[in-house]
Design a protein around this ligand. Structure first.
Ligand SMILES: Nc1ncnc2c1ncn2[C@@H]1O[C@H](COP(=O)(O)OP(=O)(O)OP(=O)(O)O)[C@@H](O)[C@H]1O
Ligand SMILES: [Mg+2]
Length: 143
């Protein structure tokens, strides 16, 4: 079993950095034994969470996003935190198809995060910010 490891990225809220965060976390995550599909799932979940911070948390304005990833044994945990506007109704935000920008968005970001990760936890306070923590475990492989 691999010993624990972690990374922490602090990036300005900018759509350019969505791809950066997604690739950086995937590169870190690939220290564990995922299938290619699982690694794709992790990339999608990270992009959705980081885009949410940029688009909703900071309304495409300036801000800081903190991305942390760590694993211990087979369990990978990723958190994406912003200090933006926050979410008033956390349950509703995670409903399939719910979006506060219906003219532009599909409201599927949280749905993908839940679909592709084993656990998704959202902590948010209006006016303070949002932290999304997602966990995924390496599946047991028959040996
Ligand atoms: N970091 C955040 N800060 C503030 N509000 C957020 C944040 N993340 C999500 N939300 C709120 O939750 C809603 C649902 O998010 P979700 O990612 O599921 O859909 P979306 O971003 O609106 O659309 P899509 O992800 O399909 O482009 C958003 O419309 C927004 O109101
Ligand atoms: Mg979204």
């Amino acid at each position: 079993m691999k010993t624990a490891n972690w990374i922490k990225l602090e990036i300005p809220s900018d759509t350019r950095n969505v791809a950066f965060a997604r690739t950086a976390v995937a590169l870190f995550a690939s220290q564990l034994d995922w299938t290619l599909d699982e690694l794709e799932d992790i990339k999608v979940a990270v992009s959705e969470a980081v885009s949410n911070s940029v688009i909703h948390g900071y309304s495409l304005q300036e801000g800081v996003v903190i991305v942390e990833a760590r694993y211990e044994g087979p369990e990978l945990s990723i958190s994406i935190e912003d200090f933006g506007q926050g979410i008033a109704d956390i349950e509703q935000a995670q409903e399939v198809g719910f979006t506060s920008i219906p003219e532009e968005r599909m409201g599927l970001g949280f749905t993908f995060m839940h679909e592709y990760m084993d656990q998704v936890l959202v902590a948010s306070e209006v006016g303070k910010g949002t932290k999304v923590t997602m966990v995924k475990r390496v599946k047991d492989v028959e040996s």
